[in-house]
Design a protein around this ligand. Structure first.
Ligand SMILES: Nc1nc2c(ncn2[C@@H]2O[C@H](COP(=O)(O)OP(=O)(O)OP(=O)(O)O)[C@@H](O)[C@H]2O)c(=O)[nH]1
Ligand SMILES: [Mg+2]
Length: 609
């Protein structure tokens, strides 16, 4: 067995927002992978448009730098629980991990999730307490909590022996003792070189596991992964082993390794390195690429199961086909199945209806990102309310259950506990810091979390945060009665006008501006009672010949409540849909006419009797 002392492969893991991508910025900037006059900005690795807009990492990505002659391959991962599949996908490329923990927040639910994965894979860990520049940082307490976490999760005693560094990724500094003045990030580089194991390589013919895919319009599919054995060069004949164990032979076109944000073309690459290879036309993530004469297969990547599902269907609204470039069943189906190539924790199934597909993901945000991406690509379709995925185990109906951690203020405890008990949550812990800050921990079925986030944000006026961690499956405790109020439903097709909207505002909140085109069955507002009511928002004022002195004074409307895509998905009930087009997000009743809805309500009543 040999080691490559000229390489280290590390993955950066943490809870959301603890500063992983900012730390990669600091490492890249200091290692001078950019030209002196190059403007690189912040969160360099968050290169995807949605990542930049939302300020979160969605996909795991590779980069590399050279420090003291050693190449450090770095994998940045997302911290949001919905993108946990990305961490699972890439973690096998690394030998070590940097576990980042915010010096104020301390270990959070996702810290536990990612550390458990890293330790189970036997990765060596360096703990980086980040954001030490924050005024209220509580380093000693955070370290104690991290030790507790390691005690709970370690699979061997030597995992309890980990290095700790203190950093401000934002200021680009790391130090070995708290309170030490920082100069730059080099203590982190030194610690990586000294403590992260160099890649171990077996001798033998070429073998690599594909952990990521990329596309290039000229080069075609690019397979990215770690070489476990042997070496690969352009023009080599290799074999690809797919999920069914089938073998296909290819000639490698080009081989690349990473440096900074670029891929460098190389003549050949050897075991221990992370490479990108072109020419393997039909490759998928999880496939092994190996020497064509002696192929042997690497274990495929294990990905956790999805917990939430919703349907994606061809748009059936009266406005169908007006705003999208891709609107047909075939286009929708192709796009969804294509997504499976890179989005490993997603599942897609055909349903009894040829126009509708069941899409399963790791959470509402996971699905919402897919919807937003597709709509920006020009797709038009409709989606249903997300539902928790239930299963039958030993004849019993079971459902996903999550740990919900809420950080809030004392004054919101009452409203939150009341709201959560209706959603079948059980409180497990409540801790107060003596300064009105409180941490509440609940166990809650996933179905109880669906639609909760928007209530949570409004009822705590944006002053609280919530985080979830998937726990497992438990026997179902039955349905949750919807707590959402009824909606205002447009009764006519046309353009909404101020007069009609003003009438609607007499009943509740409205969602649309005057001039918005509506159809019968479209949801245009929310009312403070449970039953829906139809309204005619296109209704004009009756013309009279008499001009009264006051009645023609322009009516002032309250500004409408505009929902984002995520809020819309969170909002709809089972008998409703979200219509998604590149230009608009509309809410609608599944049954568009009032009489259809009445009939379905009375049919439901009859079936109960
Ligand atoms: N004060 C302070 N803020 C920091 C530091 N590092 C990162 N931040 C801020 O924390 C926020 C989140 O940083 P990111 O680097 O995007 O965090 P992340 O862990 O990559 O987040 P995800 O990839 O979405 O999980 C940003 O606003 C950063 O500017 C730090 O050392 N000090
Ligand atoms: Mg990030």
């Amino acid at each position: 067995m040999n080691y490559r002392s000229d390489i280290r492969n590390i993955v950066i893991v943490a809870h959301v927002d603890h500063g992983k991508t900012t730390l990669v910025d600091a490492m890249l900037k200091q290692s001078k992978v950019f030209r002196d006059n190059q403007v690189v900005g912040e969160l360099i690795m968050d290169s995807n448009t949605l990542e930049r807009e939302k300020g979160i990492t969605i996909m795991a990505k590779n980069t590399a730098l050279v420090y003291r002659g050693v190449k450090i391959n770095i994998i940045d991962t997302p911290g949001h629980a919905d993108f946990s599949g990305e961490v699972e996908r890439v973690i096998s490329m690394a030998d070590g991990c940097l576990l980042l923990v915010d010096s104020v927040e301390g270990p959070m639910p996702q810290t536990k999730f990612v550390l458990r994965h890293a330790l189970q894979r036997g990765l060596k860990t360096i703990v980086v307490i980040n954001k030490i520049d924050r005024p209220n940082s509580r380093i000693a307490e955070v370290i104690r909590l991290i030790h507790d976490l390691f005690l709970e999760l370690a699979t061997s005693t030597d995992q309890l022996d980990f290095n700790v560094l203190y950093a401000s990724a934002k200021e680009g500094i790391a130090v070995t003792e708290p309170g030490m003045p920082g100069k730059d990030i080099s203590p982190l580089f030194d610690c990586i070189l000294a403590n992260m194991p160099p890649p171990r390589i077996e001798s033998g013919p070429f073998q690599m596991l594909v952990s990521n895919l990329d596309y290039d319009s000229h080069k075609g599919r690019i397979a990215i992964g770690r070489i476990w054995r042997g070496k690969v060069a352009s023009h080599d004949t290799v074999v690809r082993v797919n999920a069914d164990g089938n073998l296909d032979y290819y000639e490698v076109a080009e081989v690349f390794t990473y440096l900074g944000l670029k891929r460098l073309k190389v003549d050949q690459a050897e075991a221990g390195d992370i490479v990108a290879v072109t020419g393997i036309e039909k490759v998928s993530i999880g496939d092994t690429i190996a020497d064509s004469t002696q192929p042997s297969v690497l274990p495929r990547i294990a990905i956790g199961e999805p917990t939430v599902e919703m349907t994606f269907g061809v748009n059936t609204s009266p406005f169908a086909g007006r705003e999208g470039r891709y609107c047909t069943t075939r286009q929708l189906r192709e796009r969804l199945y294509k997504e499976l190539e890179t989005n490993l924790s997603l599942r897609v199934q055909d349903t009894d209806s040829p126009d509708t597909f069941l899409v399963k993901g790791r959470g509402e945000l996971h699905l919402a990102i897919l919807i937003e991406t597709m709509r920006r690509e020009g797709y038009e379709f409709e989606v249903s309310k997300p539902e928790a995925i239930t299963k039958v185990i030993d004849g019993k109906l079971v459902e996903p259950v999550e740990l919900l951690t809420i950080d809030t203020r004392d004054e919101y405890i009452g409203v939150l506990t009341e709201m959560l008990s209706k959603r079948q949550a059980l409180m497990i812990d409540m801790r107060n810091d003596g300064q009105d800050n409180v941490r509440l921990v609940f166990q809650i079925p996933t179905k109880g979390l669906l639609g909760f986030r928007s209530y949570f944000l409004t009822s705590t006026r944006g002053e609280s945060t919530m985080n979830t961690l998937f726990l497992g499956y438990e026997p179902s405790r039955g349905e949750i009665v919807s707590t959402r109020n009824g909606v205002l439903v447009a009764s006519e097709q046309g353009f909404a006008i101020t007069y009609g909207l003003n009438n609607a505002q007499g009943r509740g909140l409205t969602f649309i501006d005057p001039g918005t085109q509506v159809y019968e069955g479209m949801i245009v507002g929310l009312i403070p009672r449970l039953q829906d009511i139809p309204v005619n928002v296109c209704k004009e004022k009756k013309k009279t010949n008499v001009r009264s002195s006051t009645s023609d004074i322009a009516v002032k409307l309250t500004p409408p409540l505009k929902m984002s895509l995520e809020q819309a998905i969170d909002f709809v009930n089972r008998d409703e849909l979200v219509e998604v087009t590149p230009k608009n997000i509309r809410l609608r009743k599944k049954l568009l006419t009032y009489s259809q809805r009445l009939r379905s309500i009375s049919a439901a009543r009859l079936s109960i009797k």
